[in-house]
Structures are given as structure tokens and as C-alpha cells.
Design a protein around this ligand. Structure first.
Ligand code: SF4
Ligand code: SF4
Length: 59
């Protein structure tokens, strides 16, 4: 799963524009809706602040 670390996010908005399924929303801070995200990784690739991390679910 992909998660935005808001300690690094500069709120540039690029990830919202690039997400093909509009999974990223702003609720006070930038957040990925895990129910919508298809895990394409485009947002992580293009984030200029390296704010988006990929976590592998183990359980
Ligand atoms: S692309 Fe990165 S820095 Fe820009 S709004 Fe998204 S998470 Fe934040
Ligand atoms: S991984 Fe892909 S689908 Fe998920 S939030 Fe990022 S750009 Fe959107």
C-alpha cells in the first residue's frame, strides 16, 4: 500500500493530478484512500519530495 508522509509533503498537488483513479484527496492533509488506490505507484515515482512510501503488507 502507498501512504503519504505529511512530514515531507509540500502540498504541491502533483499526485492528485497524476493518480489515474483519483484516490488522493485532501482532508486537511494529503491522503490516499486505500479502498480506491490500485497500487500503480505513479504518485510515488513523481512526488518531488519523496513523501510517498510503499509498504508491503505481510499479514
Ligand atoms: S506529489 Fe508529494 S509533495 Fe506533492 S502533494 Fe503529493 S505527496 Fe505531497
Ligand atoms: S499508487 Fe497509483 S492509484 Fe494509488 S494513489 Fe498512487 S497514483 Fe493513485
Amino acid at each position: 500500500m502507498y501512504v503519504i508522509d505529511n512530514n515531507y509533503c509540500s502540498a504541491c498537488g502533483l499526485c492528485i493530478d497524476i493518480c489515474p483513479v483519483e484516490a488522493i484527496n485532501i482532508f486537511g492533509e494529503y491522503k490516499i484512500d486505500q479502498n480506491i488506490c490500485i497500487g500503480c505507484g505513479l504518485c510515488k515515482e513523481d512526488c518531488p519530495c519523496n513523501a510517498i512510501k510503499e509498504y508491503v503488507q505481510t499479514a
